[in-house]
Ligand binder design. Structure first.
Ligand code: S3P
Length: 172
């Protein structure tokens, strides 16, 4: 990656199961970077799991909460990176906010791999109870394509991925 003067925090973007949260944890642990996971931020503030929150209030409420949380994070937290939820970019205000204020890294994983990884996660990922993975993937792909950086992470271990991401985006 060429030298860059762009020091905006890095948003980790990708489909459910791409490994955004794990990558964030790995980068924090090994490279001393600070980051927030948007889903965890919301769960902590609301005192509810995302699944329970959506069950109680619905998707529109949740998408709005994502937007409000993004604004809070931008205003009050000094962070190196942020892991988004898989659907955050589908909400236009959130997408605009992210594209303007973050460097955006799309973690590209094939549908086939995602299908295997997400097989048993319907309880924690409410969207998968009602929607097909393939349809969601097709809907979201255009938004993911708009990201500034793309990384095909198929076949990389988390340790390799975190090392690559650190060297490419945080060694200024
Ligand atoms: C969602 C993905 C989830 C979470 C919520 C909605 C989505 O985050 O934000 O269940 O719309 O794809 P992960 O991508 O971290 O699973």
């Amino acid at each position: 990656m060429p030298f860059s003067t762009d020091r905006r925090p890095l948003a980790l973007i990708g489909f459910m199961g791409a490994g955004k949260t794990t990558l964030l944890q790995e980068l924090s642990r090994h490279w001393d970077l600070t980051g927030i996971d948007l889903d965890h931020y919301i769960e902590q503030k609301q005192g509810l799991s995302i699944a329970k929150l959506v069950e109680k209030e619905g998707w529109e409420y949740f998408r709005n909460l994502e937007y409000i949380s993004l604004q809070e994070i931008l205003n009050f937290q000094n962070i190196d990176m942020l892991a988004l939820g898989g659907g955050t970019l589908q909400h236009t205000p959130s997408r605009k906010l992210v594209m303007k204020n973050f460097r955006t890294l799309y973690l590209d994983v094939s549908l086939n791999t995602l299908e295997k990884r997400l097989k048993d996660s319907h309880a924690s990922r409410p969207l998968l109870r009602t929607q097909s993975l393939e349809k969601l993937y097709q809907e979201r792909y255009p938004f993911y394509q708009k990201c500034q950086f793309h990384k095909n992470i198929e076949g990389l271990t988390m340790a390799q991925l975190s090392e690559n991401v650190y060297h490419d985006y945080f060694e200024y």
